[in-house]
Design a protein around this ligand. Structure first.
Ligand code: NAP
Length: 267
């Protein structure tokens, strides 16, 4: 990673040292970025900031408080960032649950789709820094387990279309979808239990490596054509994804549906 002094980064789901998000935000902060620590509550965000500052007293960190399944909270939190900042260089949409109950948000959107995301957007100065969203039909998947691969497919499709939209509007952004690998995190321990989680190959800092590559590796900007809209897997390799993940019409359909739901919820 290059020096990030003067850059502003926002990472959702970054409150817990045992998670991937905290490790991403910590490394960005160690490189000099001013960071926004995303969490559902102010207390959780402050706990994350406290942990960051204990390890690095020079860290410049602010809270980004939003329950991500609630679009109105996300919009309000993004508006606060806009009031304070005139730039957002890195946005990591990391917050997600490993395998939540298949509930719906207050707006009738599948909770898994509304929250689950690990795309990264790294940018020089986006016009709209609010987090990309992945809402779709609440009935799309039958079980919490089956929503996980489906939501990952949605991430990849969404990022491809997002990149297309940025390019068409001339917004200088590189958007990537990221798979951090199998990582033993707090969330995984809650999901599969300590014994099984401990057999996963990666620790949270390893899991942060591929998102950090997407967010801040100089070659991603230097080779924009190669990485724009790509899906990267450990450690920073581009993967083609499934046949469905390359379906442009499906990506557009998901985008249109997402826009429709977002507009409806925020109306
Ligand atoms: N671990 C893996 O093997 C693995 C594999 C593939 C992909 N991923 C992806 O990597 C990302 C991080 O995973 P992880 O294993 O580090 O998970 P984790 O330990 O469960 O951490 C998830 C973070 O997201 C936050 N979060 C969850 N739901 C939220 C919501 N509705 N609103 C706001 N914040 C919310 C959590 O906050 P709370 O502390 O309040 O719950 C926590 O800070 C996720 O997108 C996950 O899908 C992980």
């Amino acid at each position: 990673m290059a020096d990030l002094t003067g850059k502003v980064a926002l990472v959702t789901g970054a409150n817990s040292p045992g998670g991937i998000g905290f490790n991403i935000v910590q490394q960005l902060s160690n490189k000099g970025a001013k960071v926004y620590v995303g969490a559902r509550t102010a207390e959780k965000a402050q706990a994350g900031i406290h942990a960051l500052k204990q390890a690095n007293p020079n860290a410049v960190a602010l809270p980004f408080v939003a329950e991500i399944s609630d679009l109105k909270q996300v919009k309000e939190a993004a508006a606060k960032v806009l009031e304070t900042e005139d730039r957002l260089d890195i946005l990591v949409n990391n917050a997600a649950m490993s395998a939540p109950p298949e509930e719906q948000t207050w707006y009738g959107v599948s909770l898994t789709y509304a929250v689950k995301s690990s795309p990264v957007v790294s940018t020089s100065k986006p016009r709209n820094p609010s987090a990309p969203y992945l809402p779709t039909s609440p009935k799309a998947c039958a079980s919490p387990i089956s929503t996980v691969p489906a939501s990952k497919l949605a991430n990849i499709l969404f990022i491809k279309q997002l990149q297309k939209v940025f390019d068409a509007e001339g917004v200088p952004v590189v958007a990537l979808a990221v798979d951090p690998g199998y990582v033993c995190t707090d969330g995984c321990i809650r999901f599969v239990g300590e014994e099984r989680a401990s057999q996963l190959p990666y620790k949270p800092l390893d899991g942060a490596t591929t998102p950090l590559f997407a967010a801040a590796a100089p070659e991603v900007w230097a080779e924009k054509e190669k990485y724009a809209g790509a899906y990267v897997v450990p450690f920073g390799q581009i993967a083609p994804g499934s046949e469905l993940a390359q379906d442009k019409a499906l990506a557009k359909k998901l985008w249109d549906l997402s826009e429709c739901v977002v507009n409806e919820v925020l109306a």
